[in-house]
Design a protein around this ligand. Structure first.
Ligand SMILES: Nc1nc2c(ncn2[C@@H]2O[C@H](COP(=O)(O)OP(=O)(O)OP(=O)(O)O)[C@@H](O)[C@H]2O)c(=O)[nH]1
Ligand SMILES: [Mg+2]
Ligand SMILES: [Zn+2]
Length: 319
């Protein structure tokens, strides 16, 4: 892989932070970006491109792929000293329900889904809620198009998201080149999210054939506890973009968000929010609900409205 430099902006940000806290920032502190996190260590990449494993200082906020950091060389390797303030962070609950960061400083969230394994109900909408509330653009990738029957429901579903203004792509791994992907990506930092087995790592493999990246057979995924990708990892693209592969999910639970956050995640709801008869309308079956009226008039699709209701109800059950 070619050696990479931090963008000037990133370096400036680190320097700005250092001068702001010049008391505790060591003269030796050096900038870097987190490539991947492994337990109590993080693989980081300084501007020289020579990656190294750093230990984490105790009490440091959990660094993740995409984080800009300051590190100090030690005799063996390095120690991760400080985290540069994030623009944003993608979080999701771990198996104990605690919210954990997955990837930071994201410009674009690629939500990947496929005919096989079939998408879980409202998983795409859950990711869109996360993206809208992070202020991050989202694009939808329908992968494994080679397995799609003509007129498959997923094709219609994708068209409905395109009509809402999201960029979309239908693709598969046997195309002669990855031009469709590079056009979608541009030079942003993006994170690939989606169910386990939909082909996120395979998409990266198409873009970076030499990258060492594990792709899993679907049969291996039958055992529910396992994922092929186990930690988020950052990859550089020749054009300057950065891709963060993330471990697939079985469920992207949203137990830590408010009903308002959920509603804000449905962009076509925005003109109607605040228009209900009751200020605390839950948009379930209250009289004078502006969202229900928008469904009646065809401004909001019944499918998305029901998805909203299902997600909002699951929050209350979890509460
Ligand atoms: N038919 C078909 N199979 C694909 C395609 N892309 C990936 N696969 C297969 O799908 C399986 C899972 O691919 P991965 O790339 O490991 O999936 P992932 O989303 O990274 O999975 P996790 O890391 O567990 O989240 C592998 O067997 C791939 O070969 C495609 O376009 N068409
Ligand atoms: Mg993977
Ligand atoms: Zn309402």
């Amino acid at each position: 892989m070619s050696k990479r430099r931090l963008t000037e902006q990133q370096t400036r940000r680190i320097q700005a932070q250092r001068s702001a806290s010049s008391q505790d920032a060591s003269e030796l502190g050096q900038p870097g970006v987190v490539i991947a996190r492994y337990g109590k260590q993080a693989l980081i990449e300084p501007p020289s491109g020579d990656r190294l494993l750093c230990h984490l200082r105790a009490h440091l906020e959990s660094p993740v792929a995409g984080d800009n950091i300051v590190w100090l060389p030690t005799e063996e390797a390095g120690v991760l000293d400080a985290l540069v303030t994030r623009h944003n962070v993608l979080e999701r609950p771990d198996s104990q329900g605690r919210l954990r960061p997955v990837a930071a400083n994201i410009d674009l969230m690629l939500i990947v889904f496929a005919p096989e394994p079939a998408p879980q109900a409202s998983l795409i909408d859950r990711y869109l809620i996360a993206a809208e509330n992070m202020g991050v653009e989202a694009a939808l990738v329908l992968n494994k198009a080679d397995l799609l029957e003509p007129d498959h429901t997923l094709i219609h579903q994708l068209a409905r998201y395109a009509a809402l203004g999201y960029r979309t792509l239908v693709t598969h791994q046997n195309l002669p080149d990855a031009r469709d992907l590079t056009e979608l990506i541009g030079s942003d930092t993006l994170v690939l999210v989606g169910q386990s087995g939909v082909g996120k790592s395979s998409l990266i493999k198409r873009l970076l054939p030499e990258a060492s990246i594990r792709v899993g057979a679907l049969s291996e995924l039958a055992d529910k506890g396992r994922h092929t990708t186990t930690t988020a990892e950052l990859f550089h693209l020749p054009g300057g973009g950065r891709l963060i592969d993330s471990p697939g999910v079985r469920d992207f639970g949203l137990t830590h968000v408010s009903q308002e956050t959920v509603a804000n995640g449905f962009r076509e709801f925005w003109p109607f929010l605040g228009g209900c008869r009751f200020r605390d309308c839950r948009h379930q079956s209250e009289p004078g609900c502006a969202l229900a009226a928008a469904v009646e008039s065809g401004d909001v699709s019944l499918e998305r409205f029901e998805s909203f209701q299902q997600i909002a109800n699951s929050l209350r059950e979890g509460a």
